[in-house]
Design a protein around this ligand. Sequence first.
Ligand SMILES: Nc1ncnc2c1ncn2[C@@H]1O[C@H](COP(=O)(O)OP(=O)(O)OP(=O)(O)O)[C@@H](O)[C@H]1O
Ligand SMILES: [Mg+2]
Length: 340
Amino acid sequence: MKEIYQLIFSNSSQMSRIKTVIDEIAKTDITVLIKGETGTGKELLAQVIHSHSPRKDKPFVKVNCAAIPKGLLESELFGFEKGAFTGAYIKKPGKFELANHGTILLNDIGEIDISVQAKLLDILQDGVFSRLGGDGEVMVNTRVITTTKDHLEKSVMEGQFREDLFFRVNVMNITLPPLRERKDQILPLSQYYFDFYKEKFGKAIPPFSSKAIHTFQEYPWPGNIRELENMIKRIVLFGEEDLILEDLMSRSKDNGKSPEGLKNGSSNPMKGEEYFNLKDAGKRAAEEAEKEIILNILQETHWNRKKAAQLLHVSYKALLNKIQKYHLDGTKDDVEWKRN
Ligand SMILES: Nc1ncnc2c1ncn2[C@@H]1O[C@H](COP(=O)(O)OP(=O)(O)OP(=O)(O)O)[C@@H](O)[C@H]1O
Ligand SMILES: [Mg+2]
């Protein structure tokens, strides 16, 4: 953690400014909203805040609001009394109680259903709530940190997120820049994960080639640090640097953000035909079509993922998986930029 802590804030002026803020707010109980694209390190930053706070020896409890079905989130957060509903054979404490005296991290706060938002507001205002099926009030002392990939202000305007709750969670906000805006961190991070996974998997593997380093620098990393970590893990595990670089290049072409050095083709190590066959062609065409449809619907719904999932007749989770698979989150900023 210590090494990562240094990595998070070094080699980037934006991140070192964030460190100054973190050092101050970690000492307090202030509610923090961490914003940023997928994989930019929002959860890691929340852990850093907790581990540098006076609450560091108390629990750090996280809840992924987007992953919990609508009907279950309330009982997950606030717990329930015995007999509260069919199947509630025992009393169960919620995450807020489990995080008492510590910190609760609510990931993807914008996905919390409006029906649960009032209860969340109560707890943020007074620290009290009642368990499902219970009359008595429960009091907790829990610091709240939330994260979002979206513009919560937009959800407020669309009536999907309570304005009063927005002000409560947005007391202090921090925006983590995407990796492509802190390029000087790419190499130290790559090296860190290279050494980490080399040791973890006990692999003897040569250092990165200069071509690899160049590609890492130029690739836009729509999946940010998570994508970088996964890619390095693959290189260490399978030792197929060339194949993995080829994959990165084709992904950046898909995103319409071809790395400068590769656009002119001079450093492309693979000739596409070598890896191309009919089956692949069919699969790629289908994927392209799917990606385009999803992107169109997302744009139409102004990135309201719930609405988009309904229109596409897929589950919310399936849509999130597709967004990640096609790195569509990275295109969102472009779209918004063009619209402005
Ligand atoms: N500065 C960093 N140094 C090293 N590793 C990092 C850094 N930032 C993030 N990571 C790693 O990248 C991965 C993704 O980070 P994290 O889960 O915090 O992102 P996130 O913003 O919460 O993503 P999502 O919005 O998709 O939940 C994790 O494995 C984390 O350890
Ligand atoms: Mg996260």
